[in-house]
Design a protein around this ligand. Structure first.
Ligand code: NAD
Length: 290
C-alpha cells in the first residue's frame, strides 16, 4: 500500500518504520523535521497524503488533528482511509471522521496502548472506531504495527474505549499506592501486602503487573527509580480527556475527576513531571492525613 504518515514522534516514528520494513511505500511528514527509517520524507502534510491509500496521523492532541485534517482531507484520493492513531478527545475524533466521510473517504479513530516499547516492537493494541470497510482496509497495517485490533463500533468509540480504560487505570493505580502507604503505617510489610492483594479481591493490573512498590512483584518502573514507563503527564492527559468526555456526555465520574486532580497536582505543583505514574507511591508514603 501507499501510506502517508503524519507525526513522526516517539510513537509515530517507529510505527512508520515498521510499515516501511514490511514492504509498504511510506511517505512521512513531521513539522519538527523528524524522519522514520525506510520512509520517504515529504515536504508538507499535503504531499504525504496525496495519492496515499491510507493516511495515518499520530499527533499530540485534538486541535492539531483538526488542523491537519483540514489540510489533508481535500488532497486525499477518493476512497482512501484516514486512520488517526493519536489519543484525542472523542468530539474531535467524531468531527474529523464526519469531515472525512463527507469528502468520500473512510475514517477510523484507532488510539493505541503499549507505549513506545510497543510501537518499536510492533506489539501495540489498537482500539478502533469507524465503519467496517475502513477497518478491513486498515487490518493488515494493524497486524504490522500491533498484536491486536479491537473494533469498538462507530467513529469515536476507539477513543471512548481508550479513555475509559485509562480512567480505570489511573484510579486503580492511585488507590493501590494509597493502600501501600496505609499498610506501611499499619506495620504491614509490602511483600505481605502484595502476596495477599495480588491473589485477593483487591487485585488489579496496577498491583499484579505493574506493582508501584520497588522490589515487590514483577519488574516495573518502581524498580528503575520510577523512570517511565508511562509518564504521569500522559496519565494526566488521558484523565483530562475522560473528564472532558464525561462533561460532553453528561456522565457522573467522581473518582475519575478526583484522580485527575491528584495527577494534576503531582505533575503541575509537585515533582511528578517526567516520572512514572506509579511514582504516586513515594508521593503518598511520606504524607500525613489532610
Ligand atoms: P510526540 O510528541 O513524540 O510526537 C508527536 C509528533 O507530532 C511530534 O514529532 C510533533 O512534531 C508532530 N506534530 C505536531 N504538530 C504537527 C503537525 N501540525 N503536522 C505534523 N506533525 C506534527 O508524542 P508521542 O509520544 O509520539 O504521542 C503521539 C500520540 O500518541 C499522542 O496523542 C499520545 O497521547 C499518544 N500515545 C502516546 C503514548 C506514549 O507512551 N508516548 C502511548 C499511547 C498513546
Amino acid at each position: 500500500m501507499q501510506i502517508g504518515f503524519i507525526g513522526l514522534g516517539n510513537m509515530g516514528g517507529p510505527m512508520a518504520a515498521n510499515l516501511a520494513k514490511a514492504g509498504h511505500e511510506v511517505k512521512g511528514f513531521d513539522v519538527a523535521g523528524t524522519t522514520a527509517e525506510g520512509a520517504a520524507q515529504a515536504a508538507t502534510a499535503i504531499e504525504a497524503a496525496t495519492g496515499a491509500d491510507v493516511v495515518i496521523t499520530m499527533l499530540p492532541n485534538g486541535d492539531i488533528l483538526r488542523q491537519v485534517a483540514d489540510e489533508i482531507i481535500p488532497a486525499m484520493k477518493p476512497g482512501a482511509v484516514l486512520l488517526d492513531c493519536s489519543t484525542v478527545d472523542v468530539d474531535s475524533a467524531r468531527a474529523v471522521a464526519e469531515q472525512a466521510r463527507a469528502a468520500g473517504l473512510g475514517a477510523l479513530d484507532a488510539p493505541v496502548s503499549g507505549g513506545v516499547g510497543g510501537a518499536q516492537a510492533g506489539t501495540l493494541t489498537f482500539m478502533v472506531g469507524g465503519d467496517e470497510s475502513a477497518f478491513e482496509t486498515a487490518k493488515p497495517l494493524f497486524e504490522i504495527m500491533g498484536q491486536k485490533a479491537v473494533h469498538c463500533g462507530p467513529s469515536g468509540n476507539g477513543q471512548a474505549a481508550k479513555i475509559c480504560n485509562n480512567m480505570i487505570l489511573g484510579a486503580t493505580m492511585l488507590v493501590t499506592c494509597e493502600a501501600f502507604a496505609l499498610a506501611d503505617k499499619l506495620g504491614l510489610s509490602r511483600q505481605a501486602m502484595f502476596d495477599v492483594v495480588s491473589t485477593s479481591s483487591g487485585y488489579s493490573w496496577s498491583m499484579n503487573a505493574y506493582c508501584p512498590a520497588p522490589g515487590v512483584g514483577p519488574k516495573s518502573p518502581a524498580d528503575n527509580d520510577y523512570k517511565p514507563g508511562f509518564a504521569a503527564e500522559l496519565m494526566l492527559k488521558d484523565l483530562r480527556l475522560a473528564a472532558q468526555a464525561a462533561e460532553s456526555a453528561d456522565a457522573d465520574t467522581p473518582i475519575g475527576t478526583a484522580a485527575m486532580e491528584l495527577y494534576r497536582r503531582f505533575v503541575e505543583e509537585e515533582d511528578g513531571r517526567g516520572r512514572d505514574f506509579s511514582a504516586m507511591l513515594p508521593r503518598l508514603e511520606t504524607r500525613r492525613r489532610g
